[in-house]
Design a protein around this ligand. Structure first.
Ligand SMILES: NC(=O)c1ccc[n+]([C@@H]2O[C@H](COP(=O)([O-])OP(=O)(O)OC[C@H]3O[C@@H](n4cnc5c(N)ncnc54)[C@H](O)[C@@H]3O)[C@@H](O)[C@H]2O)c1
Length: 442
């Protein structure tokens, strides 16, 4: 994708020269990449933008979390702000201000509302414009995944967060899933030895969703006509990157990526979409299976896979391997040398008694019934807690940028015969000294 496409898509009208200049100036000034801790906020006032499938879940979660209020809501569909208003008032809070005057009305929300946080669950093309508007107007920003679809936009959020001293958080719910947290805890305790390799992915048959006349069908399929690479790396990569101390002792250095043929969406359309539908004239460039390999600065390896256009059961792969053993997801199993039978997997459930992450023990009851097995509630809870306590957020803008950068870099690598492409060091050297993500608590 060239710069013109990026401007069309991301809408972040930043001149390339100015961008490079600012980056150099920041590097010279030795701007710190240390985790940002903003002043504590007693009651976090939230503006929620994009209340569709995923946004509705977050709104419901936030209404159950102490110390926050949703005081403004925004969606291009007024029925969604009406729905949110009904939920908010039913929970005993005042009706929020509603912003429904079209796709740029979030700008008015960011400019006029007195808010601490603007949290969005909009289509991918809106994440960066919304976060930049939020931070420019003094609000912390949180976004659904991925944070950004181009390297330029990854830099834009980093620079805005640094300039305005605001949090900019990628809400990667899979970081908080039960097995992912258990594995992180095992890694911290050294149970798998020195971690050398990991694999993660997003393997999810989304064909029916992509062709629906509602929800993600209105925007997600369009990306498959524009980009060929890994369009959704964060669910698989986020949790394993934590086990490899990404941005906290190690960092992604370069990537090579390959996509196979594009068949799934056209086959689905031929079988399910009427012959006279405009959808039948669409052509897709997204390879059904994309594989990327990441090498880290410390020489370790990560495989990231994306597959959303083919019939298959769901998987995020979730594999973390060290000098003493490994965890392998889907199904969840563990092998640790010297434990159990040689050459035989052990069921990971059996490890929970010893390695369950403390946060999961503490919060499981409160998270029960919330989206995606409870992890969505836990990530929302942690975000609000960090803001209220003035703590660094669990994951920061450098994580958002480096994990999301796989989108832009995989597209570049696929387009250039799988050439190696470098990750920018968004932390500007800060990764060498930043401490690991701590063991989190409620
Ligand atoms: N973390 C997860 O497990 C998970 C699951 C699903 C979706 N998501 C992410 O959540 C985001 C939204 O996905 P979804 O499934 O909820 O999609 P959706 O289409 O159901 O919801 C998007 C909402 O945003 C609104 N919207 C669109 N443009 C807008 C704009 N400019 N301003 C305000 N509102 C706007 C739409 O009207 C809709 O209500 C995406 O980034 C997606 O990748 C994450």
């Amino acid at each position: 994708m060239d710069r013109r496409d990026f401007l069309k898509l991301g809408g972040t009208a930043v001149a390339a020269g100015a961008l490079a200049g600012r980056r150099a100036a920041a590097a010279e000034s030795g701007q710190s990449a240390a985790p940002l801790a903003a002043p504590p906020i007693e009651t976090v006032r939230i503006g929620y933008v994009g209340i569709g499938g995923q946004g509705s879940g977050h709104v419901s979660n936030l209404l159950k979390i102490p110390g926050c209020r949703i005081t403004a809501v925004c969606d291009i569909r007024p029925e969604r702000t009406t729905w949110a208003t009904a939920q908010i008032t039913a929970a005993g809070h005042p009706a929020p201000a509603a912003y429904t005057r079209g796709p740029h009305d979030f700008e008015r929300l960011c400019e006029t509302e007195d808010l601490d946080l603007v949290y969005n669950a909009t289509p991918w093309e809106w994440h960066v414009p919304i976060m930049l508007a939020a931070m420019k107007n003094g609000k912390h920003a949180a976004t659904e995944v991925p944070a950004a679809m181009t390297i330029e936009d990854c830099w834009a959020i980093v620079e805005s967060a640094e300039k305005h001293r605001r949090h900019c958080v990628l809400m990667e719910n899979c970081n908080y899933d039960r097995m992912e947290m258990m594995v992180y805890n095992m890694v911290r305790q050294g149970a798998l030895g020195e971690i050398l390799h990991a694999e993660g992915g997003y393997l999810h048959d989304l064909r029916a969703i992509k062709f629906a006349d509602e929800g993600e069908g209105l925007w997600r399929r369009a990306w498959a006509a524009k980009l060929n690479g890994n369009l959704y790396p964060t669910h698989g990569l986020g949790p394993v990157a934590n086990c490899l101390d990404n941005n906290r002792g190690d960092r992604f250095e370069y990537l090579v990526s390959m996509s196979g043929p594009s068949r799934g969406l056209q086959d689905w359309a031929a079988a399910h979409v009427p012959a006279d539908s405009p959808k039948r004239r669409e052509r897709y460039v997204l390879g059904d299976v994309n594989l990327s390999l990441i090498k880290t600065a410390r020489g370790r390896t990560i495989v990231v896979e994306h597959c959303t256009n083919l019939p298959r059961p769901y998987s995020r792969i979730h594999m973390v391997q060290g000098t003493k053993g490994l965890f392998q997801g889907y199904p969840n199993r563990v092998y640790i040398e010297g434990r159990g039978r040689e050459d035989q997997w052990q069921d990971a459930q059996a490890m929970l008694a010893e390695f369950e992450h403390p946060l999961w023990k503490e919060i499981a009851a409160a998270a029960k019934g919330a989206g995606h097995g409870g992890m969505d509630f836990i990530e929302d809870y942690r975000l609000i807690k960090c803001l209220r306590e003035g703590q660094p957020t669990d994951f920061n803008v450098y994580d958002a940028a480096s994990i999301s950068a796989v989108v832009g870099l995989s597209v570049r690598s696929v387009a250039s015969k799988s050439a190696a492409v470098d990750f920018p060091d968004f932390t500007r050297g800060g990764w060498k000294t930043a401490p690991p993500v701590p063991i989190l608590h409620m």
